[in-house]
Design a protein around this ligand. Structure first.
Ligand code: N01
Length: 547
């Protein structure tokens, strides 16, 4: 590890910059593994992390009911067989506290903490042409200088807090789920309002309903949700998994979404109605995101998708006893799974409770927060606590919250003013030696994240090793390669139904004023990883490497 030292060119009133080979921003799944890989190459690396601990998204998202929608045995690192053999998962889907225990165990096991600076939010990163190095600043005035600048800032880490008039006059407490207090919030006996019915709201609502005196849910867009069917991890299943991890990991890497299951190759409309219904029933009973894999064409053929969407609407009608409430809960404005499909525990059932009210804020929009609650265009609701489960400025938000400047001082905010432009979602032309782990233009949020993260980290580490061993110290994509990739990302999205979800955060549509561009790469994980390998195999085709 390089001992921090003063750089002659960087001494100023703020003190010396720490000179490093690489700075990684973020200590979640991505930043931790990136540190581990770069250290093994003998590089001096510092990870800068805004939180006071490791965990990234799981460090911040401590809201009631926070749980992963990938199953625990594969929502985990695969890079160390010892790690995957020794760790014991306790539930089918890991809850937030269990993921935090796991990531803290990884940090200790691989001795990562000594190179992570906690409580430092990076505010600026600028490429200096004269030195060929990146200079970074944090909110407490620390400065770092590095050859490589790697962002591991997560895709869903910039909280989207709606600008509702009067919020500052509210006499109660309010929280965003992605910034939940670490000490927890006691909602017992309180009148609670939850705004938002995405994956987060759908997880939190049933748990909050059990604690609160009364819960009012403010729903703008009804959502499809599939039962998670969470439960304890069976010992025998865990033994089987551990005995077969090689095959499981191979299957994940060969898949479309990084999950270890096959997508059916049967088109939904190729089978008789009764058989199709039986397939959906079985998928509903099994639970989880695998429901999407019930037929081959649910994400590419609207008519096929209609059969799944209608099946789920039928389930909502069956579960929710009050027909008027059920009607309000029926998603109709987008095909199933074109927004990220939530999975739930007793979500629709919660509306059968006496202490839960559903308010349709599409019909009667929220007009203001008052000192005592929330007012819509048709009624006023008295509340002690407001919970904003209103999501994130996804994918680009965490990057653009940092003032990143490339060659000639060009701001990334300016370059991406019409939407993100990257080569492979890994790099932006004009920003030499900068890499974005699971950046826009990569499969990222359309996949099981640790699978995508490991693939990116491995690619970046291999690239840096290649540069070093071939005497290069600078890599930058060409604008032509980037343009072609952006076009390919758009084509891949257009081959699916995904762009049909008009209010989706995949499109940036949840943040007022954000450009509407389909941001993740929808061509599938395995196809994408193959392309990355080809690029590397062809001597980093599409990049210019210089000494
Ligand atoms: O955020 P979202 P999320 N007034 O953007 C509503 C991952 N995740 O935090 O649809 C009223 O999906 C908004 O309404 P609309 C997962 O990838 C995973 O729930 O824009 N309502 C919507 O209902 C997920 O997709 C897990 O009309 C407003 C909700 O708030 C992603 O994180 C768990 C509003 C936001 O839904 C984001 O999920 C949790 C306003 N002004 C999250 N603004 C698991 O692993 C927004 N809304 C299980």
């Amino acid at each position: 590890m390089t001992v921090p030292q003063q750089s002659p060119s960087s001494a100023d009133t703020l003190g010396p910059a720490r000179e490093l080979d690489a700075v990684v921003v973020g200590a979640g799944f991505a930043g931790m593994y990136m540190l581990h890989r770069l250290r093994a190459l003998g590089l001096s690396v510092t990870v800068l992390e805004a939180g006071d601990g490791v965990g990234g998204t799981w460090y911040w998202n401590r809201y009631p009911g926070a749980r992963c929608d990938s199953e625990s045995y594969y929502y985990s690192y695969s890079f160390s067989d010892e790690l995957q053999q020794e760790w014991e998962w306790t539930e089918r889907y890991p809850g937030q506290p269990e993921i935090m225990r796991y990531l803290n165990h990884v940090a200790d096991r691989f001795d990562l903490r000594r190179d992570i600076r906690f409580g430092r939010r990076v505010t600026e990163a600028a490429f200096r042409e004269e030195t060929g190095r990146w200079e970074l600043r944090t909110d407490d005035g620390d400065r770092y200088s590095a050859t490589f600048f790697i962002t591991a800032v997560g895709c869903l880490s910039a909280a989207n807090i709606p600008q509702i008039a009067g919020l500052d006059t509210f006499g109660g407490e309010w929280y965003h789920t992605g910034r939940w207090p670490h000490e927890g919030v006691d909602l017992t006996g309180k009148r609670v309002g939850v705004v938002g019915t995405g994956s987060t709201g759908i997880q939190a609502i049933p748990v909050i309903a059990e604690q609160a005196d009364h819960l009012t849910v403010f729903q703008r867009t009804p959502n499809y949700s599939i039962p998670a069917r969470n439960g304890p991890m069976e010992r025998e299943f865990q033994r089987d998994v551990k005995a077969n991890y090689d095959a499981i990991r191979r299957q994940q890497r060969a898949s479309t979404n990084g999950h270890p299951f096959e997508i059916s190759d049967t088109p939904a409309l190729s089978v008789p109605d009764e058989e199709r219904r039986a397939v959906y029933e079985a998928a509903w009973e099994r639970g989880g995101l695998r429901f999407r894999a019930a037929f081959a064409d649910l994400l590419v053929d609207k008519e096929a998708n209609d059969t799944a969407s209608e099946f789920i609407r039928g389930k909502i009608r069956d579960i929710v006893l009050d027909p008027e409430t059920a009607e309000k809960l029926l998603p109709r404005d987008h095909p199933f799974a074109t927004k990220r499909p939530p999975i739930d525990t007793q979500y629709f059932e919660t509306y059968n409770r006496d202490n839960v009210t559903l308010v349709d804020v599409r019909q009667s929009p929220i007009e203001e927060v008052t000192s005592t609650g929330l007012r819509t265009s048709s009624a006023e609701y008295e509340l002690d606590v407001i919970v904003f489960a209103t999501g994130f400025d996804a994918l680009t938000g965490p990057l653009l919250n940092i003032d990143i400047r490339g060659v000639g001082g060009t701001a990334l905010r300016e370059k991406w003013s019409e939407g993100p432009r990257t080569y492979l979602g890994l790099h932006a032309a004009g920003f030499p030696n900068m890499f974005t782990i699971t950046g826009p233009g990569s499969p990222s949020v359309l996949t099981n994240m640790p699978t995508s993260i490991e693939q990116h980290v491995d690619w970046i580490a291999d690239c840096i090793e290649y540069l070093g061993s071939h005497g290069f110290d600078r890599i930058e994509a060409t604008v032509e390669a980037e343009d072609a990739w952006v076009e390919h990302v758009n084509e891949a999205a257009d081959r699916t139904l995904l762009p049909l979800a008009g209010s989706s955060w995949y499109l940036g549509a949840n943040v007022p004023g954000k450009p509407r561009v389909f941001m993740p790469y929808a061509g599938g994980f395995a196809t994408y990883a193959r392309r990355c390998d080809e690029v590397a195999g062809n001597g980093y085709e599409g990049f210019v490497l210089t000494m």
